[in-house]
Write a protein that binds this ligand. Sequence first.
Ligand code: IFM
Length: 444
Amino acid sequence: MVSRSDFPKDFVWGASTASYQIEGAHDLDGRGPSIWDAFSAEPGRVKNGDTGNVACDHYHRYKEDVALMKAANFGAYRFSVSWSRVLPEGRGAPNEAGLDFYDRLVDELLQSGVAPWLCLYHWDLPLALHKSGLGWTSREIVPLFADYAGLLAKRLGDRVSHWATFNEPNMFTMLGYGAGVHAPGIRDREAWLDAVHHVNLSHGAAVRRLRGELPAGAQIGSVPNLQPALPAANTEDDRAAAAKMDSAMNRGTADPVFLGKYDPIMREWMGARIKPGDEEAIYTPLDWLGLNHYSPTYAQARVNAFGFRNASPPEGAETTLMGWHVAPGAFRDMLVETSKRYGLPVYVTENGMADDVEADTAGRVEDTARVSYLNRYLGAVLEARAAGADVRGYLVWSMLDNFEWAMGYGPRFGVVHVDYRTLRRTPKASYHFLAELAGAKASM
Ligand code: IFM
């Protein structure tokens, strides 16, 4: 087992969540709808017709959730702001009650000794923007996203030290605009490329706005999901498909943001979308990179708009409830590569696994597979550090079981179990495992 003394004293331990996945209170205190409210209300879009209407009711129970973070001795908590809670129309007049909620959350975290790490966007675009043609497929969203960033910086910049622009821009653009399986349900290669480029431009504009508003020393970063893209079979076709998958899923949103240029495949696909000065507008120096990683992915050659499809892991591979390959070695390699390629301090901002473990008769949630997964993936962090990767922290996905997008409430990713009927929270064995690593007192 990894132990506390294996990690440096200042290693950051913590957990991540996202607004739509935990907050609930979907129509309270002036919150406007997001594309996920609309998408999950459409029959057949989300398993079992689940929605984020109530979710974990974190909106009302945030104090209890922060108390659990404090008891685990977590040093950081990454949450996202619901854009339509603070700007119901996505622009225009702010909703004071929505801003008040994040004020209260940030204050509660600070009083509990947990640093708030704020992510501006974790997939819940204001529906009003989408409906009026100002969503991610429109270039006009760029200044609107910067204005939203500026609003939060003004309101919370005196207390929030760490800021991230986007969570997994690669995933929400592909799933929502390319494959159509996430909100807003668009399945169109051209819309996907539009969305990628506008998200990249919005990142650059938001970072400049944040730098202008935040106190010197504010730590600004972004959070890609980087997973090795491997050929399903060792054939020329699958190797070419893996190269395309790597560009589409890894490089397309990371290289422009962290290096200032699109890779050759994405550049060719983007074509005239890239206007003179765009790459300069996207790139602006950052302070940290948040790496989200779960497993390697496998590409198979396909005659479709993308030239690849996702294939299953190799026969006999250990997988989780999501069908994702448990491969800590791939995580180690990705940490080393990311640290070297992008040259920034790396924090793991998401890693974890889904199961469906419920409380036993004694009321304990013994998620032993997750403890084993975390132990092995943290071992990979140590190996990556030993190989020279500048990895400075680990924030587990997720603090709480929550709404797993199109999969609804079936897969449980939390280190704290949530009973969706009573909303009761029960720390799992994995919570206690992480708490010990983070140095929580044994009395917890
Ligand atoms: O739940 C998601 C999260 O919103 C983004 N990263 C992957 C997680 C598990 O699928």
